[in-house]
Design a protein around this ligand. Structure first.
Ligand code: PGA
Length: 246
């Protein structure tokens, strides 16, 4: 695993966007799994700007959804579906036939998991998985205690996730379950990139970088990834920004 430290969130996001672009340059039909959340938001804005200005072509690339809140419709602005459509698919002009997201309203969520696993296999695996890290160390909805041997699954959400997740919604939501790719997908992705910014992530990043690897902290498995990259800004590493000189 490689750790890269950036002075600020803008630098971090720019490098994450360049990482995505370098992959689509090498492999136009690359398969991406891009997380939702606040951490990668600027990455997607910069990615869309760069794609527009430099004519980067994503038309052959594929996109896999990382996770979704069970029972939340794609029309809800707090859903992962809505977020990805707004921040990634629309700005990059991705055709719906190249997008595979969980249907979290399905009556048969097990089938959803199996069909997602099959889609990923048929596409030849994920080339780049870009994730954030939850305040409890989760990746997607792989919550503390989850086995790293699982592919897609439905999970009862940790209390931290249920509480923190409210920030994505305009109204108070009951967020009991999630459907998610597994840590096995994360570990099998050709490149795994974890981004974290801001002081509030300093505690969990320190644990992810220093603790003994175990299931209590799902994101820690990035240290087992042969091509794992962690991009943090100095605040997420617990470093204060130097005082501006007058
Ligand atoms: P955040 O979420 O990027 O909004 O902090 C990260 C996560 O929960 O995985």
């Amino acid at each position: 695993m490689k750790l890269e430290i950036f002075d600020n969130y803008e630098e971090l996001s720019l490098h994450a966007a360049k990482e995505i672009i370098s992959i689509v340059h090498q492999k136009p039909n690359a398969v991406f799994c891009l997380a939702t959340g606040d951490s990668p938001k600027l990455t997607y804005t910069l990615l869309a700007n760069e794609a527009r200005e430099s004519g980067v072509d994503f038309s052959k690339a594929y996109f896999i959804g990382l996770d979704e809140w069970v029972g939340v419709p794609p029309t809800n602005p707090g859903s992962c579906h809505y977020y990805l459509t707004r921040n990634v698919f629309q700005p990059l002009g991705i055709d719906v036939t190249h997008i595979h997201l969980f249907n979290a309203l399905s009556e048969n969520l097990q089938n959803e998991c199996q069909s997602m696993d099959k889609t990923i296999r048929n596409l030849g695996g994920i080339d780049l998985m870009l994730v954030g890290i939850g305040m409890n160390g989760h990746v997607g909805f792989n919550e503390p205690g989850i086995s790293p041997d699982l592919y897609s699954h439905v999970i009862n959400l940790d209390e931290v996730t249920q509480t923190v997740g409210q920030k994505y919604f305009n109204e108070t939501m009951v967020l009991k379950q999630g459907i998610t790719l597994g840590l096995k997908h994360f570990l099998e992705s050709k490149v795994a990139l974890l981004v974290a910014n801001g002081e509030k992530k300093a505690g969990i990043i320190k644990r992810a970088l220093e603790e003994t690897i175990s299931e209590t902290l799902p994101a820690i498995f990035i240290r087992k990834h042969a091509n794992g990259k962690v991009f943090v800004d100095s605040a997420a590493l617990g470093q204060k920004q130097p005082e501006a000189t007058l």
